[in-house]
Design a protein around this ligand. Structure first.
Ligand code: SF4
Ligand code: SF4
Length: 431
């Protein structure tokens, strides 16, 4: 058993009370805002249009709870969980102040569970399902690797283990197949992560910290027992969970975890640059790229801080901030631009200012209508680029956007980047 770490709302009291109400967490900074059409960065504000459904509002509610000034009601739960934990507010806030509004909201969820409150029903159902079956779909655990083609070329001494994730193991299996296609084209010695279990992202975002630690520990123990120390993922959510949330809940720096986590786009971009991978098959398509929150602005290495605050919030020892600036932004773009026949169009809200697809933070499970509203907002922005397809590097973004396309009768196509790249490398990406 792992000991409970000190990840409490009280740790982020300063970040809630230091809010100056500037609303940088709501608007895209005007320097980065292309025109007047898409000024907002917070999906929750776009949908519910009240300050309480923003980082600044949730910070105020969190303070009331910490100060025992009010009851946690059903409305409080709605305010807390109708948030994608997408981090767009965090990127905006850090342009002005050294505050961590996202951590206020994450630890507020932990506070809620610790104080006997339940997460919303849809999210609870998913966490219960993971506890029963080790995946979010309730599918048989022993069928997790059923997607695997018979001719997969595993290495006996793998350089890295492929952590597939629940989504691509059971649902979007084409992503898993395309990923091993890329690994094999790059001559990487790989094997599947043995006895893979859900990374636990839905558990962490529900606020159930003890259960999230337990889930993380199962996968970390398996990794240790395997003797490997490098993991590759195609799922942005698994990537961020291993890279940021596992160290966060274990109270360690990312580089103290004893393993390295790579997203397939990081690996492929490097192999294209050094000439190992040669995309040679034409993909005649005009595409835009949707930055997944988990792969991009949420994926800076985790840096724990314990210390004291002085006047004006000065820290002792000095706190190192994560500023949403070291995530995987350039690699997916470099991959797309290397593909013959493919035309790339940049979208208005991009990189750290990208609008979430709507699925994150448990919203797709708990509030599917809200998730689809945000996806529709994003699809309008995608349509404005003139691209015929949107590419992402996260199966959950692809799912949420695809569902909105289907329900809205829209014509834009949706792809995971592994499918596009595998097509360009082998002609067998299944497009
Ligand atoms: S995490 Fe995303 S949805 Fe939540 S308050 Fe911040 S910008 Fe809004
Ligand atoms: S950007 Fe930061 S300081 Fe400004 S209103 Fe939002 S949370 Fe408060």
């Amino acid at each position: 058993m792992t000991e409970r770490t000190n990840l409490s709302l009280e740790d982020y009291r300063w970040d809630a009370q230091g809010c100056c109400g500037c609303r940088g967490c709501i608007y895209v900074d005007y320097v980065f805002c292309e025109g007047a059409k898409n000024p907002f960065r917070c999906p929750s504000l776009i949908r519910y249009n009240f300050d309480v459904y923003t980082a600044l509002g949730r910070g105020k509610v969190a303070l009331r709870m910490l100060n025992k000034q009010g009851e946690f009601t059903d409305s409080t739960r709605d305010i807390l969980y109708k948030c994608n934990l997408c981090g767009a507010c965090d990127a905006g806030c850090k342009r002005n102040l050294d505050l961590d509004p996202l951590m206020v909201m994450e630890t507020f969820r932990i506070w809620a569970i610790d104080n006997g409150h339940e997460p919303p029903e849809g999210l609870k159902k998913v966490t219960d399902t993971i506890a029963e079956s080790e995946n979010r779909y309730g599918a048989p655990h022993d069928k997790r690797a059923d997607w695997l083609p018979a001719d997969a070329k595993f290495s006996e001494n793998p350089e890295m283990l492929y952590f597939v994730g629940c989504n691509s193991s059971y649902k979007n299996k084409a992503i898993a197949e395309a990923t091993i296609g890329i690994l094999e084209a790059a001559n990487i010695g790989y094997a599947l992560f043995p006895d893979e279990k859900c990374c636990g992202n839905p558990i962490y975002v529900s606020g159930a910290l003890d259960a999230a630690i337990e889930q993380a520990q199962k996968n970390i123990d398996t990794l240790k027992a395997s003797g490997a120390d490098t993991i590759v993922t195609s799922c942005a959510e698994c990537y961020k969970t291993w890279k940021v949330d596992y160290p966060k809940i274990m109270d360690k720096r990312t580089d103290e975890m004893g393993y390295k986590i790579i997203h397939i786009t990081e690996l492929a971009a490097e192999k294209i640059e050094d000439g190992t991978l040669k995309p040679s098959h034409e993909v005649p398509m005009t595409v835009t790229y949707h930055d997944s929150c988990n792969l991009a602005r949420l994926s800076d290495n985790w840096i724990p801080w314990h210390g004291t605050r002085g006047r004006f919030g000065c820290t002792e020892p000095i706190k190192e901030y994560r500023r949403c600036d070291t995530g995987v932004y350039k690699q997916p773009r470099a991959i797309l631009k290397s593909i013959p026949g493919l035309k790339f169009k940049e979208i208005s809200r991009k990189k750290e200012n990208a609008l979430c697809c709507g699925a994150g933070g448990g919203v797709a499970d708990a509030y599917p209508d809200f998730a689809q509203d945000t996806a529709n907002d994003r699809l309008n922005e995608i349509a404005d680029t003139g691209a015929e397809a949107v590419v992402s590097a996260c199966p959950y973004c692809v799912d949420n956007l695809s569902e909105a396309v289907k329900d809205g009768g829209k014509s834009v196509k949706t792809y995971d980047i592994t499918q596009i790249l595998c097509e360009a490398l082998t002609g067998k990406g299944g497009l």
